[in-house]
Design a protein around this ligand. Sequence first.
Ligand code: GAL
Length: 414
Amino acid sequence: MKNQLVMSMLSAAVAIGTVTSAQAEDVEVLHWWTSGGEAAALNVLKDDLASQGIGWQDMPVAGGGGGNAMTVLRARVTSGNPPTAVQMLGFDIQDWAAEDVVANLNSVADAEGWNTVVPNALQNFAKYDGKWVSAPVNVHSTNWIWANKKLLDEVGAKQPTNWDELIETLDKLKAAGYIPLAHGGQAWQDATIFDGVVLTTGGIDFYRKAMVDLDPEALGSDTMVKVFDRMSQLRGYVDKNFPGRDWNLASAMVIEDKAGMQIMGDWAKGEFLKAGKKPNEDFLCFRMPGTQGMVTFNSDQFVMFDVGDSDAQKAMAKAIMSPEFQSAFNVVKGSVPARTDVPNDAFDACGKKGMADLAEANKSNTLVGSMAHGHAAPAAVKNAVYDVVTNHFNGGMDSKQATKALVAAVQDAQ
Ligand code: GAL
């Protein structure tokens, strides 16, 4: 691999006619940002590094939510060939850090003052045993809805603020012949909806008990049965071609006036922006009705693997955490900055709302980790929840059976 790298650097240098001395190192980056909006955001990072003379070896692994990327990562590390940096979520970071295969970023973190500007909710994942192992690039959240404004106006629906109003709006869209809910039938997408439905049905304390504390009583409660009932209700508003559809294709259905709305994390905004759509003119962003003031967050972080002492790796970590980069990147990505001191000037209305919601939720203790995106429980539990939620969503069991199965699956996974 090293030889290949040297060869390709040499041939690139020869191709442009200059074999310069001291070529800056490359970084090899494993990630799952392959949709149009995601790739546009990634380019902000690539360009930033390129301006510092750092080359980029791309290692994309398609698959929203990162499940496939994590499988590829395992193979790379097992064969003794880890990438320089890896996009990662929450508990996975801690799991990899425990395997002692990641770099120590404390020198960069100390010099740049990360301890004072990164919210504790993110530090809890980015640090292991007192050492920084990753650079948080953003904060996303999952309890959002992305709606087509023209279609909502056309069917005479206003922005729903509670569950009943949501159902009313979906009914109006259906009656007018539109696909009410754009959705892709993949386990992680079903689980993303589940985050919001748990939150709106049970409230913040219930979410915490069930999804974070994994309390069997909460998991097996009547409230959970109601959550599953509501999942079935939503299932009634998706089109028949939903199985297997990628999330960005579901976003495209809303963008192209085919579907009324999508329940999805704020990475969906990246797709709307990429298509030239404007918030509040073409599309609306609002919290899953009934979850205003609460935030189920996830943060993409770049975990730096132990590849020996690497200046390029440190430069990448430093670049990611610079306030200018955090603004430029997150404006495109749909997420909000991973540090608390970044001005909101460059952000659109949805981004400003995202930043304000996060700050408010953090203050009022209504900020919780997303189960679907690895910030509520470790991967084994998350995958167990995925299985039950997706099986139920596809009609494999009724709500009572699903509730029982959830309790058992979560227990077995711990
Ligand atoms: C999430 C990730 C986002 C976005 C999304 C869909 O897990 O945090 O950045 O990429 O998956 O791919």
